[in-house]
Design a protein around this ligand. Structure first.
Ligand code: GUN
Ligand code: FE
Length: 422
């Protein structure tokens, strides 16, 4: 049965900058979609199964628009390096282990189990260059019940001998992987075309990947303007392009289908016009941008400009898969940006960061991330710390307090697209 009445203290975004809540409210779900939120239950819903979470906080669940599943096992390590040294010295050696089934099965089972326990209901992840391992990850995520897009990574240049493909291999393996995905016909885990970033893909490979995306209708994910040295390198590699974003565009990898660009720390300077594209999504990754001291992305500016923006945990540049952490990190980073050098934009408020984590990222998955009518029936139920102050707080204050105080805690119950996972 896919029809439920969910009772509890409900919170979701009313607008980009405001939370809405209802104490002892009823969330009605029919055929996997939200019917609405009500303060009294109509007779006609009395036959629906009641999930009584009275007194508990219930929110729509989060969408992580950017993470690296094969980096989960080393999160919290090697944090004193900038991007390019961190990739060469730590990340590429670790990702190369995913050719071994013994290694990838354990690492991806752990990743999947952490995501399943978290408040994340949808995740967009890089895998590695290895086809078999990528398929394993997709099957594991499918089984967990969360929604996902997973990419077999493409890398045919500027990569170490032990972790690189030839151009031909990269194209063939990607075609084979897409065929395998069709045969598997997974319902919740979908493929996403994944050139690692401009420095790791030759022009020919980039164009072939753009063609696969366009012809097959597959979404695309990559990295954009994260770090100053990276941007300089792209300029050298693509002298014909007016910006890093323009280099993707020239290779057919810009918004032909839904496209996520992670970071966009420095994109305001000369490529923000290209980001104003309904198919383009910025994945804002504040923890990673701080750890790798890449900079502070102008998240408030992107949100106010109508650019699509979601949050990314970007593990292992980020040290946590928790989107509660990403929310509070986004708020803190924007305050530092405001104080240090950019008073014009204002700060990203808690309700704005909550919106980005739910509806902002959710829109990549369709009508998702809210309790509005017709949206995917996904939610998580939170267990608050016992505290004397709770009875005096509004529901919105309780959500904010939970985000700052309990970011890594497992959630109590989770529903994804009308299916109660636990
Ligand atoms: N740019 C290219 N690869 C990566 C990666 O694995 N992590 C981050 N943060 N940036 C990248
Ligand atoms: Fe990344």
């Amino acid at each position: 049965m896919n029809d439920f009445v969910v009772k509890g203290d409900l919170a979701w975004s009313k607008s980009k900058s405001e939370l809405q809540s209802l104490k002892d409210g009823y969330l009605v779900i029919e055929n996997g979609k939200i019917v609405g939120v009500f303060d009294k239950l109509d007779e006609k819903y009395r036959s629906f199964e009641l999930l009584d979470y009275s007194g508990k906080l219930i929110i729509p669940g989060f969408y992580d628009l950017h993470t690296h599943a094969p980096q989960n096992h080393f999160k919290g390590l090697f944090m004193d390096y900038q991007l390019l040294d961190w990739l060469n010295n730590y990340t590429f050696p670790e990702e190369s282990h995913f050719k071994s089934e013994e290694f990838y099965s354990k690492a991806y089972d752990d990743f999947t189990s952490e995501i399943a326990k978290s408040a994340t209901v949808g995740v967009v992840a890089f895998a590695t260059i290895h086809r078999e391992a990528t398929l394993y990850l997709m099957k594991a995520l499918e089984k967990s019940g969360v929604l996902s897009y997973v990419g077999k990574v493409n890398m045919d240049r500027n990569s170490p001998d032990y972790y690189i493909e030839t151009t031909e291999e990269s194209i063939k393996e990607t075609e084979r992987w897409l065929e395998d995905c069709k045969k598997l016909d997974l319902k919740l885990s979908k493929p996403i075309i994944t050139p690692r970033f401009i420095p790791s893909v030759t022009d020919h490979l980039a164009r072939e990947l753009g063609r696969f995306a366009k012809e097959g209708g597959y979404p695309v994910q990559s990295h954009l303007s994260e770090n100053m040295s990276e941007i300089g390198w792209v300029q050298e590699l693509c002298p014909e392009s007016s910006s890093y974003a323009d280099a993707y565009k020239n290779r057919g990898l810009w918004g032909e289908t839904k496209t996520i660009m992670a970071h966009c720390v420095w994109s305001r300077i000369k490529e923000d016009d290209l980001l104003r594209n309904p198919n383009l999504y910025v994945a804002h990754c504040p923890d990673s941008n701080t750890n790798l001291y890449s900079g502070i992305a102008p998240s408030k500016y992107y949100l106010d400009s109508g650019i699509n923006i979601g949050l990314g945990s970007d593990v292992a540049g980020g040290s946590s898969l928790s989107l509660f952490r990403a929310i509070t990190d986004a708020v803190k980073a924007s305050k530092l940006r405001y104080r240090m050098f950019d008073q014009d934009d204002g700060i990203l408020s808690f309700p704005e960061a909550f919106y980005i984590a739910t509806e902002g990222g959710g829109s990549f998955f369709g009508n998702a991330g809210s309790f509005k009518k017709g949206f995917d029936a996904s939610f998580v139920v939170l267990e608050e710390e016992n505290a004397l102050i709770v009875p005096r707080l509004t529901i919105s204050e309780r959500v904010e307090r939970y985000a700052y105080m309990s970011p890594e805690k497992s959630v109590r119950h989770k529903m994804v697209k009308g299916k109660l996972l636990y």
